[in-house]
Design a protein around this ligand. Sequence first.
Ligand SMILES: [Fe+2]
Ligand SMILES: [Fe+2]
Length: 205
Amino acid sequence: MTARTAAKPGTPPNEARAKQTAIAKAKAVAPNRSTRIGSTPATTFRGNPDIFGRLVEDHDRHRALFAMVQDTDPQSPERDRLFRELVREVKSHAAAEEQALWSTVLRNPETTEDARHAVHEHKQIDEMVADLAARDLASREWMKRFGAFKEKYLHHIREEEQEQFVAAENHLSASDVRYMRGVFNRRKKEEKAAVKIEEKIRLKD
Ligand SMILES: [Fe+2]
Ligand SMILES: [Fe+2]
């Protein structure tokens, strides 16, 4: 199957290109899996040259990885491989996002609540990931739980793109957001190389 790469009519080429690049990075892990992510929530940040464009690029890559995990057969080694890649991506993205963006946004009283909201959800996402990692990936139950995790994650990134990034951008300078992109890139790479996948069943749903 091929990636859905056609841009919607009227989509600026820069945005479409950014999305294609992000999806291609996910696809490189398992070229035969479907990366169809459907339509994505509207955002003005896709393809932009500062930290927000960079973060949306990761979000699109994660959307593709979710679709790819759901496209695997229960016993296939690809399910495990793609799930582990998704976990490494999601955890290193969250840590680098906190270090490069949310730490600064948190310090401004006008945007403290936005940063707090995003970081709180990172903690919930971490717990869901550890729970999934502790369970049998080949079971039907696992895929059901994975579906709930996907829903939670897509909600998180949609809110970031449409609410918290918008609020943050209004309080940051153009040079801040450019600089933050570099910090994010550096930290993401280091965090990804050091990710430890915790396994812990969540007792309460
Ligand atoms: Fe986040
Ligand atoms: Fe994010």
